[in-house]
Write a new protein. Sequence first.
Length: 531
Amino acid sequence: MSSTTVDKSSMPAGPPAGTPVKSRRTNPWLTLIAVAIGLFMVNLDASVVAIANPEIGRDLDATTADLQWVTNAYLIAMAALLILGGKLGDRFGRHTVYMVGTVGFTLASVAIALSGAIEGVIAFRAVQGFFAALLIPNTLGLLRAVFPPRKFGMAVGLWAMVASCSTALGPIVGGLLIEHVNWESVFYINAPIGVVALVISLLVLPKSKDSTGHHRFDVPGVVLLAIGLVALVFGVVKGETWGWTSGGTLGSIAAGLVLLAVFCWYESRLAHPLLPMRLFRNRSLTIGTIITAINFFVLLGVIFFLMLYLQNVRGFSPVEAGVRTLPLSLATVVASPLGAALTQRFGPRLTMPIGMLLQAVASLWMLTWDAGSAYAALWPPFLAIGLGVGMVMSASSDAIVGNAPRKDGGVAGGLQATSLQIGGALGTSVLVSLISGKVGSTLTGELTSAGVPADAAAGLAEAKDAVSMGVSPVSADMPAQLRAAVIEGSGNAFMNGVHSAVIVTAVLCVAGALLAGFGMRRGNTPEAAQD
């Protein structure tokens, strides 16, 4: 059996005897600062692109399908390769793979801004996704390698705070750049951030890798996992447009699940697999993976329809909408280190259920919203979701990466990020589909109830796709009274869809709370965190 070695420079222990000054490369807090900058860049980019899409479409004459691929190309490429990125870091050096990801992501961002055509934007977004898959899992892998167990939970809390803060700033930063510069600037901004991340990384990151001997790299595992995840995520993101019962959607999802099952069977037979199946013997790690998916199903799904509500139904600009969601953003930033501290003290068995239940309460509170709700009714759910997401993010990340052996830190980081991406993709696709279905079934009735004549309401039913995005099907030549009635009825139909969506998120959050509360082990001692 091949031996496993760890580069001692990655360990949190002090310098050798006789060394007068501690090297900056052995300081775990400098490592946290270095990886936080790259993490900030990637998460900021993910949220500003959503704001930039309408302007990209107008400037490059892109279709709605094109704009979907601006998001989907990135999502699919990253989701398919995150575990591979972590494995490459574990084997060839987490610091090296992280820096390659930083350089590649930065250059791809500049290439998107310079492309001048929607085809180029889509292609380089896929390239961005590839390099993000190298960068993201190795942030947690590096932290796992340099922080001692007693401080790792707090490090993950700060990691989660940076992730939350950068995601929350996206709509505000993106809105300001688009309003005052142009859409290309949301990609150019990654250049200075990437340069700073690279310089600091070169100065402070320790050499951190775990040799797995000279055995052959698991190429069949890479291929099976990548194709399986691509098929699964592709089916999920196309489910809303193709229909969840269509042959294309069901076939793609089924093919992905079959390939992933084959991948698990194949990996269990290897001595040196891409993703060690033994990791899932750890109950806390497995539950943490599931809870991560639920957490981001709720977060990204809710943010998606929340922005539609604020911008299209209420008429706020992107910046105004971003400012109004600050309670969510700030609560997430505060809750991440708080969740880490509670997890360190009481274990994730307490922290994760509390976070899930806060999100369930927020979801049920949204049932009281209507198309014209005062802000006093909006901000309490924002606050509860932010607190819940932040607590769960730090606790579930600690449960996954903290319970993996140190030599599998990069793979565990990739597993956490993959679960996050699949949960987020499901959240946006499933909730948008639920909203669309409810709008389609209630739009005519809501228009009629608002005072739109029956024949006109029947004709406007064809605009259900627009109403599902919060857009009222009004025109400039409509009489003022009819226009007001159409806006009222469309807003009510959209809110019917939102109410259906939040019932689903509430049920999922309660299920997640029960799973974490009764499934996790007592205490906060990692079950399998040995080297």
